[in-house]
Every structure is written in structure tokens, then in C-alpha cells.
Ligand binder design. Structure first.
Ligand SMILES: [Zn+2]
Length: 661
């Protein structure tokens, strides 16, 4: 080819329309990652599973794509961003990104959508944020719209009908679908509502992406079950057989320590081929993962492609302390989670293995089990008041308002969910009268003595304001205690890895919302821990502390049922009229979760005794205390228990003796 022809060809290329690129190629050539979006910065490089997902999304045969992926480890959000960015530039259409809540849609816009647009010149030139981007009326502030030539993109919330009613969409991106509420306001299933919006487009596409949650009822698992069921499949270099990495393939050595306990040597964790038993280190694991591909269990389904992958294929680096091995980090997390109970195992299964956590309808815990295992707390001979356990480091309280009484429980918490019930108290009286609250206030001001010589006070009080919110607010704001929060329980589960407690709508500083179902699962598991230590729930036999048969009947008052939409939820047992003991304990657990103590620091502090034990503040005198050794626990049969009595106000002598020092 001579020089002139070359110049002519080059000029002609300039006249041709832009080459149509695949989503994967377009995003690698155009998207630049900033530190606010991704831990990897610079020009986007897709992992092979991300590229495969983009290619499926491009295919004209595919109308639905389901990504059942772990959180963060594989870059699920980048796939959505690539598909959306590519569509805006090369195939513009009305599009919808649906997030579970208003907060999450705002956060998605702020931290994931606009940073990528700002860092991608080709997108930035096209996008125009609507000047008036808020819909008024019901669901106000819940819809954010951006426009571009040939289409628009709405970032909405699955909880709001307004996001789902007013426009037609061709591209639907359902993000974190496992967290969607069963109904968008009163409008019904949010996904059904959104899909109805796409019916006018014959070539509409829906992309579902989520970490799984609780089963039955986990939306992403249901969509995946309905799909081609592709799994990321590697090949064992030794036996050349296909291998879908499973948790059972992650192995480590165990030995017996000096104290007879099992020692897990997680730093030497390896992957073991299930066919030929070859062992692979972490580097070899990443190499196998990067050369894998999606293989379908049901290849005959071509319109709905489901892609599952677990974090076991992640190439992300390990956290410090695991010798650079991500597998060692996972093994460590697995051991910690299994020790802490099902709530944490749920997090492990959801966020690392990308599997739903199966909740079964639970068997009852017999009330005798808990009654019989109560223990006598050591007390001070002088005052009769109980002394804290050395592992107790944080004290919380919860108050429940009823028509003619207030119920309160004070609980001491230690590391790994070990707790000690300190007081269960019923205050009779009209909750609208400040006098009814006064006694509780005195109990909440009590100082508890820790064996290290420190005085501990109640750190945080949660008041359930479902009934008589005015009385709860009054106590929180003007009760004279600074650490009182109003709380409202709502059914449902917090996203795996996130707190059950969140600020409620309206940003009221003293009002918190608790998603109780996860806390309740956790509590139910903890009540079944049989050995003192990690996870154990201690209850006192000291009768003035109030943990009697009536208390335990209200503690064991709920059970798991599947609700109308098939989700496991906690309900009162049919035989049970009162559930305050259970609610109070759930609120105390949530309070500890919210306080989020640094247990390592607490334990370190408490390991050092103070010079003047239990020295009263304000220069009070140091006084001598003698700890009365508790009598050994004799087994108690129900026959020996006093008959349940109608609840009476405790004798005033008890209260004053507890607090006079
Ligand atoms: Zn093999």
C-alpha cells in the first residue's frame, strides 16, 4: 500500500460512524476509576467474570440477567455501571436503577453513579441532571432523574411507588434486590410494578444483581433458580476436571494445643481439588479463578441467564495479618462466625459464599432449660448488691411502655455476645405521669461494681416508643438522663454486614429504627448456647433481680413463621399474651450492637485493677467491701419453684438497699 492510499484510508476512517463496541470494550476504553468508586484506580480493567456478564447483557437473546454475587469481592456494581454507561452512549433508552431504599438510592447516586460519570468524559458530555429532579407528593425526594440524548435514567427506591409508576423503561437495573421490601408502599411487589413499566418495549432488558439474604424469600435466589444457572467454573491443572470452588475445598491443619483445645492453623490454608486431592496455595487459586468461565447447569434456557460466583475466586489482596493469603482470611472469618452463632454465619454465607441463609421454623426452647441454668451472682456482704462478672464490659437498658406499667431490663455485655441479665423490673403506674418514670431513672443511675475496681453505669437506654411515643420522647429529652434513645422495631433483616439499628426517616437524632428479625434470630441462637463464655446468656438466681418463671415465659414468647410473602419472620406464640421479656432483650442486644464497643480495648482496660477500688466520684470515701461467695448452684426442678405470682412492685426496701452506699 503506498503512502497516498494510506492517507486516504486514514481520512476515510475519520468519516465513518464510531465503531460499535461491546459494553465490556466500551467501558475498558472509557471508564476511569477514582478512589471514591473502587480500590483499584485508573483505567478500568474488567475481570473475566465481569466481562462475561457484560457480554451476556449485550446479547440480543438475553432478556434477563441475574448476578448472584458476593458483596464487593467480584465487582458487581462495576458491571451495572458498564452496562448502563454503554447504553447511554451507544444505545440510549429510558432506564431505571432501582435501589432498596431512598437512602441507598441517594448513596448510589452520590458514590457510584456520578463519580463514574464525572471521570468518564464521553458520559459527562451527555448527561444533564434535571434541574427539578424531585417528584412532589407521595414519595417525594425518592426519585433522581438524569437526562441524555435519546433517553433518561431514573435512580429510584423499591420502597416508593413514585419511582415505579410514572414512566416506561427499556433498561431495568435491579440492584441489591434481596433487600427490597415485599411491597412498594401500598402498591405491591416493586419488581412486578417496574416490569410493567417495560412492557411497551419488546426488547427490554432486566438485570438483577444482589448478594443473597435469607431463604425462603430471598429474591436473588428465586431469580437465579429460574435461570440458566451458570456457575464460575475453573479447571484443576493436575486432573483437568472442572471445579466450582466450594467452601468444603478450603482446608487447613488443626492441632491440639497445650490446654487440650483445637488450634486452627489458618495461615497455612490451601485449596484442595475435590477430584484428585491436589493442594493449591492462594496464588494458584487466583490463577485458576482468572482462567475460569461460566458453565450453565441448564444451557437450554437462553433468555434468562443466571450467573453465580463466590468470593472464593476473588483476586483482591488479603487483609494484613494473614501472610497475604485471602483463603487464610476467609478461614479466620469462618471460624469467628461459627463461634459467634448463626447471625454471623449468615453474613459469611451471604457475603462470601454468595449463598442464601436458610431459616427454618424453630423448635421451642423449653422454659425449664433456662430456669434451671440460672446462677447465683456473687454479691457484696454489706449491701447485698451483685458484683459484675470480670468479662462484663458494657451495660445497656431497655424500656417497654405498656398501658399501666413500664417494664425494664438492664443487661451487662461482654465480648462475643456473652451477657448477664442484671435486672428485670416492672414499674406499675400510668406511663403518662413523670412520677412513674422516676423510679426507673433512679435504677438507671445505679453504679455497678466490676472486679477490677471500676464503677460501670448504664451506657445506653433504648425506649420502645411504639406505644405512647409522647411519653418515650419526654423521657428521652427531658428525663434528666443524657443516654436515652427512642426506638421503634420493624420486621425485616438488616443487609448482611450492616447494623440492625439505623436512624429513622426524618433524621430525628433521638429516634432509631431497629430491624428486629435478624436480632431475634441471633438471640434465639444465643439462648441455646450451653457453655459459659462466648455467646452464653447468664441469668441470675438472686431473686431480687427479677428473673422468675414469669420473666422466662415472656422471654420465650415468639417463634419463626413464614409470612404471606414467604419470608421468615418472628411472631408471638398463639398461647402467649405477653412478650416483654423477649422484646426487652432484643432491644438490649440492639443497643449493644449500636454502641459497638471495642472489646479488645475494654478487656485490656479491665484486666488492670485500679488503685482505689470502687472509689466514689466527687471525692467520696473508699469503703471496704467483702464479696460473698455464691452458694454452689443446686439443680432446681420446676416443682421447687415458687408458683408464679401476679407481678408486684418490688418492696421499697429492696430498691433502697441496692442503691444506698
Ligand atoms: Zn484435580
Amino acid at each position: 500500500m503506498d503512502r497516498i492510499t494510506a492517507i486516504i484510508n486514514a481520512s476515510l476512517e475519520l468519516l465513518e460512524p464510531p465503531v460499535r463496541l461491546s459494553s465490556a470494550d466500551w467501558s475498558e476504553q472509557n471508564i476511569t476509576l477514582t478512589s471514591s468508586v473502587s480500590s483499584r484506580t485508573g483505567r478500568l480493567r474488567l475481570y473475566p467474570w465481569q466481562r462475561a456478564a457484560c457480554d451476556f447483557a449485550d446479547s440480543p437473546d438475553v432478556s434477563s440477567l441475574v448476578l448472584m454475587w458476593p458483596s464487593q469481592a467480584l465487582g458487581k456494581t462495576l458491571v451495572l455501571q458498564s452496562i448502563l454507561g454503554h447504553s447511554i452512549v451507544q444505545n440510549p433508552a429510558p432506564s431505571l436503577i432501582l435501589q432498596p431504599t431512598v437512602d441507598m438510592s441517594e448513596s448510589f447516586a452520590k458514590t457510584k453513579f456520578f463519580p463514574v460519570i464525572n471521570a468518564t468524559p464521553e458520559l459527562k458530555g451527555l448527561i444533564k441532571l434535571e434541574a427539578d429532579n424531585r417528584l412532589q407528593g407521595q414519595g417525594a425526594n425518592s426519585v433522581l432523574t438524569t437526562r441524555f440524548p435519546g433517553g433518561f435514567c431514573v435512580i429510584g427506591s423499591a420502597g416508593s411507588e413514585a419511582s415505579l409508576r410514572s414512566f416506561s423503561c427499556k433498561l431495568l437495573l435491579f440492584d441489591e434486590v434481596s433487600l427490597y421490601d415485599p411491597s412498594a408502599g401500598t402498591g405491591g411487589d416493586p419488581i412486578t410494578l417496574a416490569l410493567r413499566r417495560s412492557e411497551t418495549f419488546a426488547d427490554s432488558k432486566s438485570i438483577y444483581a444482589s448478594t443473597p439474604a435469607i431463604n425462603p424469600g430471598c429474591r436473588i435466589s428465586m431469580e437465579y433458580e429460574d435461570s440458566s444457572k451458570h456457575r464460575w467454573t475453573c479447571t484443576c491443572p493436575n486432573c483437568a476436571l472442572p471445579w466450582v470452588f466450594a467452601w468444603a475445598d478450603v482446608r487447613w491443619d488443626k492441632s491440639v494445643g497445650k490446654d487440650g483445645k483445637t488450634v486452627h492453623e489458618v495461615r497455612g490454608t490451601w485449596m484442595q481439588c475435590p477430584h484428585c486431592q491436589s493442594r493449591y496455595n492462594d496464588k494458584a487459586r487466583v490463577q485458576m479463578a482468572l482462567s475460569g468461565s461460566f458453565v450453565a447447569e441448564r444451557p437450554e434456557i437462553t433468555h434468562k441467564i443466571g450467573l453465580h460466583a463466590s468470593a472464593l475466586i476473588t483476586p483482591l489482596p488479603a487483609r494484613k495479618g494473614f501472610g497475604g493469603s485471602k483463603m487464610a482470611e476467609f478461614a479466620d472469618e469462618f471460624l469467628k462466625s461459627s463461634k459467634r452463632g448463626s447471625f454471623y454465619m449468615r453474613g459469611f454465607k451471604n457475603t462470601i459464599l454468595a449463598e442464601a441463609y436458610e431459616v427454618e421454623e424453630e423448635k421451642d426452647i423449653p422454659i425449664e432449660t433456662l430456669l434451671n441454668r440460672r446462677e447465683t451472682y456473687p454479691t457484696f456482704e454489706e449491701t447485698g448488691e451483685p458484683i459484675l462478672h470480670e468479662r462484663a464490659g458494657l451495660i445497656t437498658a431497655a424500656i417497654d411502655i405498656q398501658q399501666s406499667r413500664l417494664e425494664m431490663e438492664i443487661v451487662a455485655h461482654g465480648a462475643n455476645n456473652e451477657t448477664w441479665g442484671l435486672l428485670y423490673h416492672v414499674e406499675r403506674g400510668n406511663p403518662d405521669l413523670p412520677a412513674t418514670w422516676e423510679n426507673l431513672k433512679q435504677l438507671l443511675l445505679k453504679q455497678y461494681r466490676h472486679p477490677s475496681g471500676r464503677l460501670l453505669t448504664v451506657y445506653l437506654v433504648f425506649v420502645d416508643c411504639a406505644y405512647k411515643p409522647d411519653a418515650a420522647y419526654r423521657f428521652a429529652r427531658r428525663g434528666g438522663l443524657y443516654n436515652v434513645m427512642c426506638t421503634r422495631g420493624t420486621s425485616g433483616y438488616a443487609p448482611a454486614g450492616q447494623m440492625s439499628v439505623s436512624k429513622s426517616v426524618g433524621n430525628n437524632e433521638r429516634m432509631l429504627l431497629i430491624r428486629v428479625d435478624g436480632v431475634k434470630n441471633s438471640l434465639y441462637d444465643l439462648l441455646q448456647v450451653e457453655q459459659p463464655g462466648s455467646g452464653y446468656q447468664h441469668f441470675p438466681l438472686n431473686h431480687e433481680l427479677g428473673y422468675d418463671e414469669y420473666y422466662f415465659s415472656t422471654l420465650l414468647s415468639e417463634k419463626v413463621k413464614l409470612n404471606a410473602s414467604g419470608r421468615p419472620t418472628w411472631v408471638k406464640k398463639a398461647s402467649q399474651s405477653r412478650n416483654e421479656g423477649w422484646d426487652l432483650r432484643v432491644y438490649n442486644m440492639a443497643a449493644c450492637e449500636f454502641a459497638n464497643p471495642n472489646w479488645a480495648a475494654v478487656e485490656k482496660t479491665h484486666a488492670q485493677a485500679v488503685a482505689n477500688p470502687w472509689n466514689e466520684p466527687k471525692g467520696g470515701t473508699v469503703r471496704e467491701y467483702t464479696i460473698k461467695a455464691p452458694a454452689p448452684n443446686a439443680p432446681i426442678s420446676l416443682l421447687d419453684m415458687p408458683k408464679p405470682q401476679p407481678r408486684r412492685q418490688p418492696k421499697s426496701g429492696f430498691v433502697s438497699s441496692l442503691f444506698e452506699n
